[in-house]
Design a protein around this ligand. Structure first.
Ligand SMILES: Nc1ncnc2c1ncn2[C@@H]1O[C@H](COP(=O)(O)OP(=O)(O)OP(=O)(O)O)[C@@H](O)[C@H]1O
Ligand code: SF4
Ligand SMILES: [Mg+2]
Length: 357
């Protein structure tokens, strides 16, 4: 966190990354495709935490999988340490990923091999990547258990014999085994009891500080994402629509969707109606033309139907590192109360127009 993120060379970068899937359950003959990632540009600096927010299905986990090299984008480039991941020979790619980036999944119960005792789970990456001697690997396993606050007595337990919180600690220890500079955490607490979520979040925060880790943090709990992160990106139907410093994202975001998302989880001290959006997200296989948010946006007009706006920033008005894709951005000074009033008025005008026609 005390690294100068602006100037440090990125650990990992995506340039123009695109990935689509054949839609699930659509049959075998020419199924429609879901655009899960569209033209993603992103850079993660050493020591920084990047938060990712957006509704279910917007592409957060796909982004995480592409960053960690589990999936290859159809086009665009993934750079690790400035080098093109998918241009490397396979063994070099494995080495680069194994030592450079660790992943913590939502559900440790399925992510860990249930037949291996904890010490084997933790030794496995050390064996695969031939790190140190046998004795050094055993010492590292003990060190990892201590790092994540587990007693050495769990070393012989099977994952199924542990509590959910302990299992997630093992998963975190495994992600750290090869001393990566970057950890990707995709919903690391959502499968856990509410009572242990805070412990796991605190563990991640503590490890980040102690080890100087960079982190990509994905969660539905967007207030937690904001608190954990230096920078937050908002995704909508596979696109990044805004990237903002975390301290600005709640009250000073410029994209209408970011403001609507954060208005839906107000602080307890300032209860407020959320900004109303029109309808559910559109089908990911047939996104609207132009700006894909236009079918739900209270500021949409013909221009929004014609073209997807490019990223813009406004030097002087928005700080460095804040960029957004919108033809009619919210003014940084507009309050959530004002936006609720605008959106409500736009919806009642639309309803009247519909009645008349
Ligand atoms: N293996 C797959 N096959 C087909 N479609 C997929 C696959 N994985 C993801 N998708 C689709 O790609 C889109 C993005 O999915 P993704 O899991 O990345 O979203 P998400 O933001 O992580 O959602 P959630 O918040 O529910 O975890 C969705 O429309 C999803 O249905
Ligand atoms: S481009 Fe138009 S539709 Fe898209 S978010 Fe901005 S105002 Fe709304
Ligand atoms: Mg997901």
């Amino acid at each position: 966190m005390n690294v100068d993120h602006e100037r440090a060379a990125p650990l990992t970068e995506l340039r123009g990354a695109r990935l689509s899937y054949a839609a699930r359950g659509a049959g075998l003959f020419r199924p429609p495709r879901v655009q899960a990632l569209v033209d993603i540009d992103l850079a993660i600096a050493p020591g920084e935490t990047l938060g990712v927010v957006g509704e279910s299905g917007c592409g957060k986990s796909t982004l995480a999988r592409v960053l960690v090299g589990i999936e290859k984008p159809e086009s665009g480039t993934v750079l690790h340490g400035g080098r093109d991941l998918w241009a490397m020979p396979a063994d070099e790619r494995r080495r680069t990923l194994g030592g450079g980036v660790g992943m913590v999944f939502q559900d440790a119960a399925t992510a860990l091999n249930r037949r291996l005792p904890v010490h084997r789970v933790l030794r496995d990456p050390l064996d695969v990547h031939r790190r140190g001697s046998g004795a050094q690997r055993d010492a590292r396993v003990r060190e990892l258990l201590g790092l994540v606050g587990l007693p050495s007595s769990v070393a012989d337990a099977l994952p199924g014999q542990l509590s959910g919180g302990q299992r997630q600690r093992v998963a975190i220890a495994r992600a750290l085994a090869l001393e990566p500079a970057l950890v990707i955490a995709d919903e690391p607490t959502s499968a856990l009891d509410v009572s242990v979520r805070a412990q796991i979040l605190n563990l991640l925060l503590d490890l980040r500080e102690r080890l100087g880790l960079a982190m990509v943090f994905v969660s539905h709990d967007i207030q937690t994402v904001r608190r954990m992160s230096d920078r937050v990106i908002t995704m909508y139907l596979g696109r990044i629509v805004e990237e903002a410093p975390a301290e600005r994202v709640t009250g000073h975001a410029r994209h209408p969707y970011t403001r609507a998302l954060f208005s839906a989880t107000p602080g307890l001290l300032d209860p407020i109606e959320p900004i109303p959006l029109t309808g559910p997200p559109p089908s990911a296989t047939r996104p609207p033309s132009g700006c894909p948010f236009r079918t739900r946006c209270w500021k949409a007009d013909e221009r929004c139907a014609e073209s997807m706006p490019d990223f813009r920033d406004e030097p002087g008005e928005t700080p460095d590192g804040h960029r957004f894709r919108c033809h009619h951005p919210v003014a940084a000074s507009e309050s959530t109360h004002q936006l609720v009033a605008q959106a409500t008025a736009a919806q009642s005008t639309a309803a009247q127009d519909k009645e008349r026609s």
